[in-house]
Design a protein around this ligand. Structure first.
Ligand code: GLU
Length: 419
């Protein structure tokens, strides 16, 4: 089986069939700038010591400091973190943010930890990577299974280590600690703006359009809620315990309640449905919002949705791309569709550095402007080049990085001087 990173490289290759970039840039992007592996020892409540593996990767910093989240998940590994950091590089470039890409994680199941253990783990992880991150070099944020509280512990630990307030080192903090208005809802909001922008282009209405959401964490919940409010019929939702289905439309508020109070959407009213069945069910819009590689060469042919909104990072394995394109499925790629989160992280970083805070309306307006602008630019490019939206996104990201690299000189420049 190809590694996750092989899949990422395949997407670069696909874009390079349409544009030329300097060989220097292609070579640089083939591996991360720097990758750190640390051990994260945790003293458990009962006195035992458990040592976890932690990672932080700065993939590329051509456009600015590395930027990207930290995830806590048992499957976290070096290949995954590197690939996620690569995707962040592309995402920040597509969105025109002054950042490169980074990512971090700890291979741990946070559900097995007490709140006090989770706090100690978060602080110890920052102790281990403190010299690797910084507001001008590498700026973490939340990702799978991490949230504002975890970011708060991490920012506080960084303050203790540096003996200075440096809120711009981490984004997604609680508002009280310098977090931005609108950061928690930003990923779901951004995905919704991307979908709404494309629906307008396709001259399609929300009314009568069905939606299924796989993964009901922060982004999946928000996206489902916005879709329901806008008149879409959200017919299925799932989380790691399974899913539920109602052809008439689910009540999103009661699903959010079931998830938060009882731990799973499967506790709410509706017909039971497996995660695998949700992916292939008859629906107009499918939004995978959990983890990587849920649509692969094995099930791509069975996908019935005409539109896929990639709210997770990497939910479609690259081997599935050709089948989906052949079947006319329009994919709103992760590096656009889930970019609302990092966009408001950028706003948070700007506010922290200026110590000047924006109100919720300003954040919402600026996020919408950026999402709509990026989605339109990408759709235009896809049309011009006769390519799918993902290839257009990679084309635009690679061009941007190429232009920045050329500004300081690439092989082509120095060769010309010699000759
Ligand atoms: N983890 C999010 C992502 O994958 C957000 C990253 C950030 O805010 O820096 O885009």
């Amino acid at each position: 089986m190809p590694s996750l990173f092989d899949g990422a490289s395949a997407r670069i290759e696909a874009a390079l069939e349409h544009i030329e970039i300097s060989e220097d840039v292609a070579q640089r992007l083939a591996q991360p700038d720097s990758a750190l592996k640390v051990s994260v020892p945790l003293r458990r409540d009962d006195g035992r010591l458990t040592v976890y593996s932690g990672y932080r990767v700065r993939y590329d910093s051509t456009l600015g400091p590395a930027k990207g989240g930290i995830r806590f998940h048992p499957d976290v590994n070096a290949d995954e973190v590197s690939t996620l950091a690569f995707w962040m590089t592309m995402k920040c470039a597509v969105m025109g943010l002054p950042f490169g890409g980074g990512k971090g994680g700890v291979a741990v199941d946070p559900k097995e930890l007490s709140p006090a253990e989770l706090e100690r783990l978060s602080r110890t992880y920052i102790d281990a990577i403190a010299d690797f991150i910084g507001p001008d070099s590498d700026i973490p944020a939340p990702d799978v299974n991490t949230n504002p509280r975890v970011m708060g512990w991490m920012a506080d630990q960084y303050r203790i280590i540096r003996r200075a307030h440096t809120p711009a080192v981490i984004t997604g903090k609680p508002i009280e600690m310098g977090g931005s208005a609108g950061r928690t809802t930003a990923t779901g909001d951004g995905a919704f703006h991307a979908l709404a922008t494309m629906m307008e282009r396709w001259e399609r209405q929300a009314d009568g359009t069905t939606v299924a959401v796989q993964g009901f964490g922060n982004a999946g919940q928000r996206f489902a809620k916005l879709c329901a409010n806008a008149g879409y019929t959200v017919v299925a939702v799932s989380d790691s315990s399974g899913g539920i289905h109602n052809a008439e439309g689910l009540d999103i508020e009661s699903l959010i309640e079931a998830k938060n109070d009882k731990g799973s959407v499967t506790e709410a009213e509706g017909e039971a449905l497996s995660n695998a069945d949700l992916i292939t069910m008859e629906v107009d819009v499918l939004a995978p919002a959990a983890l990587e590689s849920v649509i692969t060469a094995d099930n791509a042919e069975d996908v019935s949705a005409g539109v896929i909104v990639e709210i997770a990072n990497g939910p479609i394995a690259s081997e599935a791309d050709a089948t989906l394109i052949d079947n006319g499925v329009a994919v709103l790629p992760d590096i656009l569709a889930n970019a609302g989160g990092v966009t408001v992280s950028y706003f948070e970083w700007v506010q922290n550095r200026q110590a000047w805070y924006w109100d919720a309306e300003t954040v919402a307006r600026r996020l919408e402007d950026r999402m709509v602008g990026a989605t339109r630019a990408l759709a235009d490019r896809a049309k011009d080049e006769h390519v799918d939206l993902r290839t257009a996104a990679y084309i635009m990201a690679l061009e941007k990085i190429d232009r920045a690299a050329a500004a300081v000189g690439t092989t082509e420049f120095f060769r010309a001087r010699q000759g």
